[in-house]
Design a protein around this ligand. Structure first.
Ligand code: PEP
Ligand code: MG
Length: 599
């Protein structure tokens, strides 16, 4: 009975039947008002979404129009909003909440520390301090949070095994943050107040100590680290989500691709609507257990012959990786970046690891240890990395190019869809660098065509991630067939701020108003953005149809996506879990909704 118990009246009304009620009753206002009451009651009684939410919207609308009574509303006021209005009303950032588990809003939060909200979602688990331990416990079905001072590519297996990642150092584009976002795992980075003692197996703060095995929860959406296990709410994607995304796709101009390194990333990316892979970081394929030894042999080799012998071991594995990716992507574009990170990231550290590699190579362990020491760099991010590797050791790029072209032939045979790989050269500063690397890629394409009897169509392009490359984009575009603005490094090099060390001082910069937001999260329009704009203009002056995208973390940030739309990029590429956010943000930008949310 109404008033005595929870009641839902007007059951049976929906978008279609309300039209019939309006027609048959001859009273549109009555029909829509009944429908409104049904929606309000259903939401309140069945979904637990309080009445007041709807009353507030109605009151706002009445105030705006100078109405005092519900009966002042005319039939025009009841019109349904258009698809475009629906697309602009949703905050793209809020989609993050839909795509990941979140902490139950009613749960008690015992906050231990706060870091950066580096990758959204929340997770609970036992503390582990090493990636090997994370993997070992995962094998026993235990849930763990990997706690590291910072992560490096060697931690990939531990990051895969962990429910979430907590680091003491590192900013929003640090290794932990970027990789966790790619994996769709929660991450809190740069929680600098915590002290980690690996030897003792403890983490402490303000007189409290947590040991390996203690349970913590991390909330990657707020940056909080919490004691104990906290109840979670699981995400549920409805059909309405797909409908909304379809409406967004109908209006957006920007393409949306994903940064995907593994077959699993590629599948997730497709599920979320990615239209291709904008960045495959090949080094992430080098850390699987069966190949890291061959990678180490390659790096520690002191002549070309032994380097080639190690590369020959890697070739079939790398080729199989690419066949998988191409097959999953079914002819959609796939951009593969040649090896980029400084070589020392792959080096063996412990004596045991050095001995293992030495045995595999038949080399003297002491000699290898010396060579590893020689590769030490003071400033590795500005050191022996990117295209510099391909120039000093052309055989590395040759192996990767061979793997790409042979895989393209194989995948096209399997799927019946031609694969057009986009080979991307990292860290170019000059046209001459790109010319040299492109020549060896072209030569390899010809060699594979001769050997297989199949000619693969492909493109060679470059990342634009150094200010000099943006400024010299006109001549670089003579050689490049596409540009991908890699704004993680471009931000790092334009500001001269290390992306791995920024967390310790960016907080005060923002608190004191020097920077409005973290430039590694949301593009700095005036500075880094200007470099991108210059690069696009100069590049397209040389080649009007030059394909231009962005693959830094900014590709999944709504305000940065709006900027990319304004400067007419062809696509943005972001981690698979941020693809829906980018699709919606791109649609809003096309509909003229500004970056700060103003219409
Ligand atoms: C970049 O620098 O923006 C980029 C996408 O590459 P990475 O993060 O691997 O340096
Ligand atoms: Mg980079």
């Amino acid at each position: 009975m109404p008033g005595m118990m929870d009641t839902v009246l007007n059951l049976g009304l929906n978008d279609a039947t309300v039209q019939a009620l309006a027609k048959n009753s001859g009273d549109k206002r009555f029909a829509y008002d009944s429908y409104r009451r049904f929606i309000t009651m259903y939401s309140d009684v069945v979904l637990g979404l309080g009445h007041h939410h709807f009353e507030e919207i109605l009151d706002d609308h009445k105030d705006r129009n100078g109405y005092t009574l519900d009966t002042d509303l005319t039939t025009d006021d009841w019109g349904l909003i258009t698809r475009k209005e629906a697309v602009t009303r949703i905050d793209p950032g809020a989609l993050d909440q839909l795509l990941h588990p979140t902490i139950d809003p009613n749960a008690e939060r015992k906050i231990i520390a706060t870091g950066l909200p580096a990758s959204p979602g929340a997770a609970s688990g036992e503390i582990v301090f090493s990636s090997d331990e994370a993997e070992a416990l995962k094998a026993k079905d235990r849930k763990v949070i990997l706690v590291r001072v910072e992560t490096s590519p060697e931690d990939i297996h531990g990051m895969h095994a962990a429910e979430g990642i907590l680091t003491i150092r590192g900013g929003m584009t640090s290794h932990a943050a970027v990789v966790a976002r790619g994996m769709g795992k929660p991450c809190v980075s740069g929680a600098g107040a915590l002290r980690v003692d690996y030897a003792a197996g403890t983490m402490s703060i303000a007189g409290r100590t947590f040991k390996a095995g203690d349970i913590i929860t991390i909330d990657g959406s707020t940056g909080q680290v919490l004691a104990g296990r906290v109840p979670m709410t699981e995400p549920a994607l409805s059909g309405e989500f797909g409908t909304l995304m379809g409406w967004a796709d109908a209006v957006r101009k920007l393409g949306v691709r994903a940064n995907a390194d593994t077959p699993n990333d590629a599948r997730v990316a497709l599920k979320f609507g990615a239209e291709g892979i904008g960045l495959c970081r090949t080094e992430h394929m080098f850390f699987e257990e069966d190949r890291i030894r061959a990678v180490r042999e390659m790096i520690l080799a002191d002549d070309e012959k032994s380097r080639r012998a190690a590369l020959a071991k890697l070739l079939p594995m790398q080729r199989a990786d690419f066949v998988d990716l191409f097959e999953i992507m079914q002819g959609l574009p796939v951009t593969i970046r040649l090896l980029d990170p400084p070589l020392h990231e792959f080096l063996p550290h412990s004596e045991e690891e050095i001995a293992e590699v030495a045995a595999a190579m038949g080399a003297d362990p002491k000699k290898l240890a010396d060579r590893a020491r020689d590769l030490h760099e003071f400033n590795p991010m500005l050191g022996f990395r990117g295209c510099r590797l391909a120039i000093a050791y052309p055989e590395i790029a040759e192996m990767q190019a061979r793997a790409i072209f042979e895989a393209a032939v194989e995948a096209a045979k399997r799927t019946g869809k031609p694969v057009v790989p986009e080979v991307m050269v990292p860290l170019i500063a000059t046209k001459a660098e790109l010319d040299l690397v492109k020549a060896s890629i072209d030569a390899m394409a010809e060699a594979v065509a001769r050997e297989t009897g199949t000619k693969v169509a492909y493109q060679v392009g470059t990342m634009i991630e150094l200010p000099r490359a943006s400024l010299r984009a006109a001549e670089i575009a003579e050689t490049a067939e596409f540009f991908s603005f890699s704004t993680n490094d471009l931000t790092q090099t334009a500001f001269g701020i290390s992306r791995d060390d920024a967390a310790s001082f960016l907080g005060p910069y923002m608190a004191r108003g020097i920077l409005a937001s973290d430039p590694f999260v949301s593009i700095d329009r005036e500075g880094v953005g200007e470099l991108v704009r210059i690069g696009v203009e100069r590049g397209r002056k040389t080649k009007a149809k030059l394909k231009v995208g962005i693959c830094g973390e900014h590709g999944g940030d709504p305000a940065s996506v709006a900027f990319c739309h304004e400067i007419a990029l062809d696509y943005v590429s972001c981690s698979p879990f941020r693809v829906p956010i980018a699709r919606l943000a791109a649609a809003q930008a096309a509909l003229g909704k500004g970056p700060a949310g103003e219409a």
